[in-house]
Ligand binder design. Sequence first.
Ligand code: UT7
Length: 322
Amino acid sequence: MTDQKNIIRSVGAYLPARVMTNDDLAKLVDTSDEWIQQRTGIKQRHIAAEGENTSDLAAAAGHKALENAGLEIADVDLIVVATTTPDMTFPATAAVVQQKLGMHHGAAFDIQAVCSGFVYAVATADSYLKNGLAKRALVIGAETASRILDWNDRTTCVLFGDGAGAVIMEPAKPGEDRGVLATALRSDGQHWNKLYTDGGPSSTQSMGHIRMEGKEVFKHAVGMITDVVYKVLEDTGHTIDDLDWFVPHQANKRIIDGAGQKLGLPPEKVVVTVDRHANTSAASVPLALNTAVADGRIKRGDLVMIEAMGGGFTWGASLIRW
Ligand code: UT7
């Protein structure tokens, strides 16, 4: 492993056209806009169209990231897709994305770490680039969570949405002191049955629906998130005050606020998109990054902390000099 740093060169995103509001949901289950906003901060979510698959969302976000970098797919030799909602049990959605983007060289595979998938994928691509296994990576978080929701279960169907975000990662140029500075990844499988699907190829030969003990997830979330954030800060000799932007996984505004308060972060440094996107699982962090880059908040040289926590439980954080 070298001490080469790998930068995020560009970001891209894609959201399906259809917007579903809380009032739309209140027509399906016994809920209300007031309850959803008060408990989660969510106002709306995007829902993929019939026939629009995770690979379509991922390819569209990937295409945007390439365009924003001024690159062609030929310039990339690794595609990593973080997803919990693959098009098929196999092949990897990354292989389908590879076909859709017209790439016939290099390598492509999926990462399954549920909501933490994008942080795991950034860490994986960073390691591949450091080890010389790839020269430039397209890292995507993409989900069609709407396909694995039980639309009769008000405790879960109000929380999730569909979307995709992508980044191009490549080695920093000589003398360029930026890129991924440190990452911490964690999981603890003793919690797997607090957030899971009640089916899968090996167990039920079906895909199952999301089941969650919301309170249990909530109880662990803030502590797990802050632990990895502190670890990454400690590993790099930085303090919370050095951060320009905190880009958390967008599951629930109350979890984001709780983590921000525990860390002592001013709210204006926290990027929030959960109100518009809901929880898009592995897509939430790159979608939030795209929002804050596109609106001019995140700029070259800024110190950016990304973090996520979700099913497994898995959790992780990464500190990036933009
Ligand atoms: O990426 C990680 C993925 N997951 C998460 O981050 C989720 C973490 N958990 C949460 O965000 C919260 O636990 C929820 C938003 C899921 C729930 O909020 P809560 O404050 O923990 O509510 P609760 O589960 O204690 O439910 C309170 C009440 C219950 O009614 P009773 O028993 O008090 O009469 C629920 O039945 O709210 C009821 N309820 C609803 N009411 C209206 C549950 N879901 C709904 C709903 N609309 N959609």
